[in-house]
Design a protein around this ligand. Structure first.
Ligand SMILES: Cc1cc2nc3c(=O)[nH]c(=O)nc-3n(C[C@H](O)[C@H](O)[C@H](O)COP(=O)(O)OP(=O)(O)OC[C@H]3O[C@@H](n4cnc5c(N)ncnc54)[C@H](O)[C@@H]3O)c2cc1C
Length: 430
């Protein structure tokens, strides 16, 4: 049974408990749909297909939720990794609002699964704060107004005093609160979805890397190291972890890392810094995101980089970031620190749609994937089973080449310049 040891070392893996280790593909099945990648995009797509009666198998190179889906901050909130105002400009007001609404549906989907499938210990807390390090109340009030007018999204304004009563840091000025946001244990959620997939008759094969895709009759053949699968449809959900299977998709993404640290339990100390059970993210372009975990721990995430190896002093680096906001947590001790990889297209929006006849993609969710993978799963499953064409809302987000290694250097430079601009904005606002 168990076997959590072959997950990257993280708080989530350590607290996962017993989960089944699934076998690798051994025979040559023929299914309606083969989903490649058992992150949240793949798992949600598979589940929604099974619910309409399709035969489905999921191939996963490592373990269920092994990638970003089992390593993330756990924030489930509305929107996308790309900027909302850019999206409204590109799609226009009507389609832009509809895309945003779909992102909220994705968020509600996650909440509904947790409730309906009675997933224990998955929901960690409700509410999400966006905190501002710039001292510019008018700008925050304007943003609150724009969210209402442009997106019909109600956010609650907190002034500096209210903000600092919950997040006791002189770094913060105002905040916007979204009562509908929530935060979860993402690896347990992945396993909850996987269990339901199997209960409905779907197959999940772990340690099974899809190596090659070829056309076969009216459908496709997927080759792995042990056996082949034939399927009418393939859905590619491999994110930043595959470079070969379908090159024009992987070349359209840059793998980008972000980091997370978790402390040992310290409930009393934490009360001196953060008293809200909601999650918190600052609004800088590459800001901090953090939340209280059950048992008095703090999860602290931040930084984005194209560097793919885990920095040697990662835990210390993240601890310094935390202390720069909350010096009163100096006695905190770190228990885990890890890095995870996200797939980013140049436009920072997901790549969702049909690439060739019977070949679909749901990928490139960047740093905002918990709601958008759910949204994409529902859209792709609806397209395959009922001809639902709402996925076409995202058609203008194309698979443009992300520039390979040169592009990676460009993306890193962009992040550095974003960080400098953040620092500058913060300094001039005081
Ligand atoms: C540290 C971190 C913090 C984050 N925090 C948040 C957050 O708080 N809120 C939020 O909304 N988003 C967050 N994100 C982003 C979010 O986690 C991702 O956008 C989302 O999980 C992507 O899901 P996915 O299914 O597309 O990819 P993944 O979860 O990466 O899954 C891809 C899977 O495909 C498998 N695979 C790859 N190639 C093959 C192959 N050839 N054959 C078979 N299997 C293959 C991989 O092994 C992997 O399991 C965070 C990301 C990270 C890394």
């Amino acid at each position: 049974m168990n076997a959590t040891t072959d997950y990257p070392n993280s708080y989530y893996a350590e607290t996962l408990g017993d989960v089944p280790k699934r076998s690798a593909l051994a025979d040559n099945p023929d299914v309606d749909v083969c989903v490649i990648g058992a992150g949240l995009a793949g798992l949600t797509t598979a589940l929604e297909l099974l619910r309409t009666g399709k035969s489905v198998c999921v191939l996963e190179a490592k373990r269920v939720g092994w990638g970003a889906s089992g390593l993330n901050g756990g924030f489930v909130s509305a929107g996308f990794a790309g900027s909302t105002s850019d999206m409204l400009n590109r799609l226009g007001r009507v389609d832009g609002r509809e895309a945003y609404r779909l992102s909220i549906d994705g968020m509600n989907y996650v909440r509904d699964q947790i409730r309906d499938l009675k997933m224990d210990d998955v929901l960690d807390g409700n509410g999400e704060f966006h905190v501002y390090r710039q001292n510019d109340t008018q700008a925050v009030l304007h943003e609150c107004e724009r969210a209402k007018v442009d997106l019909d999204h109600d956010l609650l304004f907190h002034n500096t005093q209210d903000t600092r009563s919950l997040m006791k840091s002189e770094r913060y000025h105002n905040a916007l609160y979204d009562p509908n946001g929530f935060h979860i244990n993402p690896l347990k959620y992945c396993h909850g979805l996987a269990e339901e997939i199997e209960r409905l008759g779907g197959d999940i094969f772990e340690d099974t890397k899809a190596q090659n895709l070829t056309r076969s009759g009216v459908g496709w053949k997927v080759s792995t190291q042990t056996a082949d699968i034939t399927a009418h449809h393939i859905v590619l959900c491999t994110s930043a972890y595959d470079f070969k299977l379908y090159p024009s998709i992987s070349r359209a993404m840059q793998p980008v890392a972000t980091y997370v640290m978790v402390t040992h339990p310290m409930a009393e100390l934490l009360d001196q810094a953060i008293t809200t059970p909601a999650s918190i993210a600052d609004t800088r372009r590459a800001g901090d995101y953090y939340r209280r975990l059950p048992g008095g721990r703090l999860l602290w995430g931040g930084r984005i980089t194209t560097r793919q190896s885990k920095p040697f002093h990662l835990a210390e680096m993240m601890r310094r970031d935390m202390l720069s906001v909350y010096p009163q947590l100096n006695a905190a001790k770190t228990s885990h620190a890890w890095a995870g990889l996200m797939g980013y297209a140049l436009h920072s929006m997901p790549l969702i749609g049909q690439v060739e006849d019977g070949l679909w993609m749901a990928t490139a969710f960047g740093g905002h994937g918990l709601n958008t993978t759910a949204m994409a799963g529902e859209l792709i499953a609806g397209a395959i089973t009922q001809g639902d064409d709402r996925y076409k809302l995202f058609a203008s987000y194309k698979r443009n080449w992300a520039g390979g290694l040169i592009g990676r250097a460009g993306v890193q430079t962009k992040y550095w310049s974003m960080q400098l601009r953040d620092k500058f904005d913060e300094t001039v606002s005081h």
